[in-house]
Design a protein around this ligand. Structure first.
Ligand code: ADP
Ligand code: ZN
Ligand code: ZN
Length: 744
C-alpha cells in the first residue's frame, strides 16, 4: 500500500469521510504528494457535497467504479505520516463491531482539533521556538515580512511548534533556519515514539506493602506481560484494588511500556488524579471531558508519541493511540458511563478487551460489583477471577438493613425510625449520607381534588417539581413551565407535591436538624465542578453533617466520616421494565452501602422499601451482591438474555407514529425472511413501541434482534443497515442501530 516517492502515485485514493453512510469515497490525489508518499492512514482535506471535510485515506488504488476524470482531487494532505497503526486498527474494529460508518468512527475517535484539520504534531521530532531576543525581531525583519509573520506565530506558542504544523501554515524550513541564524528562534528535539522515559526514579513515594490477596492478584496479572490474559479483579469497596492498579502500572512503566486506565466519568476526580500523580514521578496524563480542545490534543499527542507513560481517562480515552502499549485497566468496569448512548454507541470496556487482545497485553477489569457479562466470562474461565475479600480498614462493608415503609408517615421520604437513627449518628459526632435517586423537589405535582398530574406535553412522562428555582421541568426533554397556582383541569388550589426528590429531603432534614449543615449533591447543585469539590473537601474535614444526594454521591468518593447511609427508596429499580434494571440497582445499592464505615468506625446502611419481602432485595441484603448476581445470571439464562444471547436494537423515531411503525414493520419483514435463509440463529422481535413511546414529540419504535452466535447477529445487522441506507422511506425516519444495548 505504501507508495514510495519514486514510484508513480496511485490514481485513486479511497477516503473515509465523516458521514453516516457506510462506505468509502474515491478521490484523486492532489498534485503534491506527501513526503512519505500516499498511504493508508493519511488525513486529507476533501470536498464533500458543498463542504470541505477532513477524511482519512483508507486505501490507494488505480481503479474506481467511477470514471477517473470525474473524481475530484483531494484538497490537501494534512499529515506527513499516517495516523498510528493501532488507532486505525481500533477504529476499523469499532466500525465493524458496532455497524457504524467508518468515516464517522474515525471522526469521533480523534480529538476535535484533528477533526478540524489541525496537524498532528506529537510524533514529529523537530520543534521550533521563539527566543527571548525575538522581542526586537520585528524591527530586524522589516524586509522579511514572511519571517516576521512566522516569528509572531512562534511567539504565540511558547512551548514550540513542530515543523509540520509550521509548514502547514505555508511557511518553509528555510524561513525557520533564517530565524535561527538571526538568533531569533531555536530548534529543539523531543523524544520520538519508542524512546521510553528514564525509569530509574519512577516512584515519588513508596508503594504500600500488599496484603496476601493483593499480592496474589498482582502476581497473577504479572504472570505474562506479553500475552493477552484478561483478569477480573473482583474486590469489595475499599479492598485495595487501586493499590493493585498502581503497582501494576509501576511494573508496566518500569518495562518501558505505557498503561491506560479507564475510569467512570464520575470517578475521575482531582483526588483520583492526585493519588496517581503523587505516586509517580513520570507524567500522568488525564483525558476527560473537562479539557479544552487544545489540552485534549496535547494529551493525545503526549500519549501517541510515547512521551507520557501513564494515561487515565474516561470513556473516549479508549481511543487514544498508545506508542508502547503495556496494560489496560478498566476500573468500575460495570459502570454505565462506559457505554456511549448516542452517535457511535460503543462500550469502552468491551473495546478495552478487544484492544488488549490485539496488543497481546494484560487486561484488568476491576469492580466490587462486576457486570453479569464479566462474571459470566470469569465463570467460564475466559477471564481469570481474582478476588479481594478484605478491606484495608478494620470494618467489613456493612449489611443492608431493610426498613418497611408500609403504613408509616413519611417526612421528606423518611420515616420515624430512620430519622431516629440519623439523630443518633449525628449525636455520636459522625456524618450521614442520604441517597435518593431523584433530583428536584418532588417527582411530580398532583391535584388532590380531581387527580390531575403535571405531565409533559411532549413526552409520556411526568414533570418534576423544582423549588430552586421554582418550576416544573421534564427530565426527558428539558421543557420548563411555571408552577401553576391552581389545577388546570378543575381549578382547585389543592395542588400537592407527590413523592420526594433531593430538594425536599434536604428541606426536611434542615428543618429536623437545624444545627447541622446539610449538603445537597446532585446535578443541579453542582453545575460548577469546583462547587462539588469544595463541598467534599469540607465534608472530609469531618465535622458532623448531612449529605443528601443522587448517584453522583454514591460512587467512588472516599468519605471516611460517614457511618450511616440511608437509601430513601429502593423500589424504583426493583420493578423497572428494563432487563438490566435489577443488576444496575443492586450495583448502585452496594456502591452506596460501601460509603459507610470506611475508616475508624463501623457503618450501618438502612434501605427503606415497600417490598421487604422482595426475593431479590432479600438475597442482596442477606447474602450480598455476588449471591444476587448468581441468581440474576440464572434468570438471564432462562430468559435467553445477555450474556447468554447477544442483542442488537434498531431504534426508529419520527414525529409521525405511523412513519416509525411502518418502517419498523417493513424492516421486521425483511429481517424475518433474510434470517430464515441466512442466519437461522437470529430471532427478530417487534416492532414494538419503546418503553417511553413519545419523547420530545417524537414516537419511538423498537425492533430487537437476538442471537446466540455473534457472527450471525452481525451478518443480520449488516444486511439491515444496507437495506435501511437504500430505503427511501428510511430517509424520513431517524434510525440507529445499537449493538449490545444497555437498555431496551
Ligand atoms: P478500592 O480501590 O478497592 O476501593 P483502595 O485501593 O482505594 O481500594 O484502598 C482503600 C484504602 O485502603 C485506601 O486508603 C488505601 O490507601 C488503603 N490500602 C490499600 N491497600 C493497602 C495495603 N496493602 N496496606 C495498607 N493500606 C492499604
Ligand atoms: Zn384538579
Ligand atoms: Zn418532556
Amino acid at each position: 500500500m505504501l507508495d514510495s516517492p519514486s514510484s508513480p502515485p496511485p490514481r485513486v485514493l479511497r477516503v473515509a469521510v465523516p458521514t453516516p453512510l457506510r462506505r468509502l469515497f474515491d478521490y484523486r490525489p492532489c498534485r503534491e504528494a506527501p513526503p512519505g508518499g500516499w498511504q493508508a492512514g493519511l488525513r486529507v482535506r476533501v470536498p464533500f457535497g458543498r463542504r470541505q471535510v477532513v477524511g482519512v485515506v483508507m486505501a490507494c488504488d488505480n481503479r474506481s467504479d467511477y470514471p477517473l476524470d470525474r473524481l475530484k482531487p483531494v484538497e490537501a494532505w494534512l499529515d506527513a505520516e499516517p495516523l498510528p497503526e493501532d488507532w486505525l486498527w481500533l477504529c476499523r474494529f469499532t466500525a465493524r463491531y458496532y455497524q457504524h460508518s467508518l468515516g464517522d468512527t474515525l471522526h469521533q475517535a480523534m480529538p476535535v482539533l484533528l477533526r478540524q484539520g489541525r496537524p498532528l504534531a506529537g510524533r514529529q521530532r523537530e520543534h521550533w521556538r521563539a527566543l527571548a531576543a525575538s522581542r526586537d525581531g520585528d524591527a530586524r525583519l522589516k524586509r522579511a515580512p514572511r519571517q516576521a509573520e512566522l516569528l509572531s506565530m512562534l511567539r504565540q506558542h511558547p512551548h514550540g511548534l513542530p515543523t509540520q504544523a509550521i509548514v502547514a501554515q505555508g511557511f518553509t524550513r528555510d524561513q525557520l533556519l533564517s530565524l535561527v541564524e538571526k538568533a531569533l528562534a531555536e530548534r529543539h528535539e523531543i523524544p520520538l515514539a519508542g524512546a521510553a522515559p528514564a525509569t530509574t526514579q519512577l516512584l515519588a513515594e513508596p508503594a504500600l506493602p500488599l496484603n496476601r490477596e493483593q499480592a496474589t492478584a498482582l502476581a497473577a496479572i504479572h504472570e505474562r506481560f506479553d500475552a493477552f490474559h484478561p483478569c477480573l479483579l473482583h474486590g469489595v469497596t475499599g479492598s485495595g484494588k487501586t493499590e493493585v492498579y498502581l503497582q501494576l502500572i509501576e511494573a508496566v512503566v518500569a518495562r518501558g511500556r505505557q498503561a491506560l486506565l479507564l475510569v467512570p466519568e464520575i470517578g475521575l476526580t482531582p483526588q483520583t488524579l492526585a493519588r496517581f500523580r503523587s505516586r509517580f514521578r513520570v507524567a500522568v496524563v488525564a483525558l476527560h471531558s473537562g479539557l479544552t480542545d487544545n489540552e485534549r490534543l496535547d494529551a493525545w499527542e503526549a500519549v501517541a508519541s510515547g512521551r507520557a507513560p501513564i494515561v487515565i481517562g474516561t470513556r473516549s480515552a479508549i481511543f487514544v493511540p498508545l506508542a508502547r502499549p503495556g496494560a489496560i485497566i478498566v476500573d468500575e468496569e460495570h459502570d454505565g458511563s462506559f457505554k456511549q448512548q448516542d452517535g457511535l454507541r460503543y462500550h469502552a470496556r468491551d473495546l478495552a478487551v478487544a484492544r488488549a487482545k490485539h496488543h497481546d497485553i494484560p487486561l484488568v477489569l476491576g469492580s466490587a460489583t462486576p457486570s453479569l457479562e464479566s462474571l459470566y466470562h470469569a465463570e467460564r474461565g475466559n477471564y481469570r477471577h481474582l478476588r479481594l475479600t478484605r478491606r484495608a480498614s478494620r470494618y467489613a462493608p456493612a449489611r443492608l438493613e431493610l426498613i418497611d415503609l408500609r403504613g408509616r408517615q413519611r417526612q421528606g421520604g423518611l420515616i420515624p425510625p430512620t430519622i431516629e437513627a440519623i439523630r443518633e449518628t449525628l449525636a455520636a459526632g459522625h456524618q450521614v449520607l442520604v441517597f435518593i435517586n431523584r433530583r428536584g423537589f418532588a417527582p411530580t405535582l398532583a391535584c388532590h381534588t380531581c387527580g390531575w398530574l403535571a405531565d409533559c406535553d411532549a413526552c409520556d412522562a411526568h414533570m418534576t417539581l423544582h423549588r430552586q428555582p421554582p418550576m416544573l421541568a421534564c427530565h426527558h426533554c428539558d421543557k420548563h413551565r411555571p408552577v401553576p397556582d391552581a389545577c388546570p383541569e378543575c381549578g382547585s388550589a389543592d395542588l400537592r407535591p407527590l413523592g420526594s426528590g433531593t430538594e425536599r429531603t434536604e428541606e426536611t432534614l434542615a428543618a429536623l436538624f437545624p444545627k447541622v449543615p446539610v449538603h445537597r449533591i446532585d446535578r443541579d447543585s453542582t453545575r460548577r465542578r469546583d462547587a462539588f469539590e469544595q463541598t467534599l473537601g469540607e465534608v472530609r474535614r469531618g465535622a458532623p453533617c448531612l449529605l443528601v444526594g443522587t448517584q453522583m454521591l454514591a460512587k467512588g468518593h472516599h468519605l471516611p466520616h460517614v457511618t450511616l447511609v440511608v437509601v430513601v427508596n429502593a423500589d424504583a429499580g426493583l420493578y423497572a421494565s428494563d432487563f438490566r434494571a435489577l443488576e444496575h440497582s443492586a450495583q448502585l445499592l452496594t456502591q452506596v452501602a460501601g460509603r459507610a464505615g470506611r475508616a475508624a468506625h463501623p457503618g450501618r446502611v438502612l434501605v427503606q422499601t415497600l417490598h421487604t419481602d422482595d426475593p431479590h432485595l432479600r438475597l442482596l441484603a442477606e447474602h450480598g451482591y455476588d449471591a444476587l448476581a448468581g441468581q440474576l445470571l440464572a434468570e438471564r439464562r432462562a430468559a435467553a438474555l445477555p450474556p447468554f444471547r447477544h442483542l442488537a436494537l434498531l431504534r426508529l423515531e419520527s414525529p409521525r407514529e405511523e412513519a416509525a411503525t411502518s418502517l419498523g414493520r417493513e424492516a421486521a419483514l425483511l429481517m424475518r425472511q433474510w434470517v430464515a435463509e441466512h442466519a437461522p440463529d437470529v430471532s427478530c422481535l417487534g416492532p414494538v413501541p419503546a418503553p417511553m413511546e413519545r419523547r420530545q414529540n417524537r414516537y419511538h419504535v423498537h425492533l430487537l434482534l437476538s442471537a446466540g452466535r455473534r457472527s450471525q447477529l452481525h451478518a443480520a445487522c449488516a444486511r439491515l443497515t444496507v437495506w435501511l441506507e437504500a430505503s427511501p422511506e428510511a430517509r424520513r425516519v431517524r434510525w440507529s442501530l445499537d449493538v449490545d444495548p444497555q437498555s431496551l
